[in-house]
Design a protein around this ligand. Sequence first.
Ligand SMILES: *Cc1c(COP(=O)(O)O)cnc(C)c1O
Length: 376
Amino acid sequence: MSAPFRSYVLVSREQIARNFRNVRSVAGPGVEVAAVVKADAYGHGALEVSRVLMAEGAHWFAVSSVDEGAQLRAGGIRDPRILVMGGYLPYEADALLAHNLTPAIHSLAQIRDLDHLAASTAKPIPYHLKIDSGMGRLGTCASPAQILETLAATPHARLEGLMTHFASAADFTSPQTDAQIEYFRSTVRALGEAGIRAPLLHTSSTNAIGYARDTDGPTLVRAGHALYGYLSPARGDAPPPLLDVKPALTWKAKILAVKDLPEGALVGYGGSFRTPRPMRIGILGAGYADGIFHRLSNRGKVIADGKLTPILGTVSMDLTTIDLSHTTALAPGDEVTLLGADGDVSLDAQQIAKTAGTISYNILCNISARVRRVYA
Ligand SMILES: *Cc1c(COP(=O)(O)O)cnc(C)c1O
């Protein structure tokens, strides 16, 4: 299928749904799967992905900010719960309540703020308390005794979840995940002994789900990358991955021009590529403003006429030049694959990330807003 856009991504709704079902079956019965659709569903389109997953029966979505949550509500995602993992700032409190969003809370002071808010609006506002179990990013470092003291003083806000996040879940050469699990469990235990039980306990995102890091106790998992078909490769002595997910997104760009250059010609800004022989080149209508990493200049590849072929010269803002010496089949208006499969050849976000010196998440999230999203 071809769409009338210079650069577009084609997202398979069915593959997103399959990936969600796979995560659900790996998470097991009785474990809720929160679909992480932050950052426009990692470039796949948050609204469309949320609609697909709502139809699959998703009860929970997770986003980063109040703004992202409000956009889901405005787009018609009404009934499912929405967890705002990045919490809220004071100026976002009204929108949080208006859109019925559930904040992750990262400090005891903020439990008190939320409690005031709940008291003043006469609403029992649910929240999930994030424990910093050793990642050193968001989450409270308070002791169980301090948490209990705060909970006793905040009867209006409702503790619905206890959560944490792992820093190194795919790294089996590091003891960090086991230490984080132990810390989180001991906090949950101490609160439980004092009679405080949150209905939802959650620690795991894709890598922890995929490598079965913490399967005993949690009642919810937060899956992002897996929904989009990815699991990070493990380091060290990892068990076989449980997830069987596949990429759902194909990224295409149109060829604007094809031409033949003699040996010794320079290509693109800075003349960083010189043809070592006569070459046919294609100029694509997509560049770094579309999300093709500038770091792929003279290093990256695309798939053209069923073959991997190199990017020549520097990636420009709106244009990228590729080698088409292997084919006479492509003309202006035809398209190439920047990410995805074409025939027997494929190029996924992890492979591109390796070449660009980054991670697959970064490749997906970097596909810019001007690249049209098309759904199949
Ligand atoms: C982004 C995020 C997730 C999802 O992570 P994936 O690796 O994409 O599954 C889960 N939890 C938190 C706190 C996050 O920020």
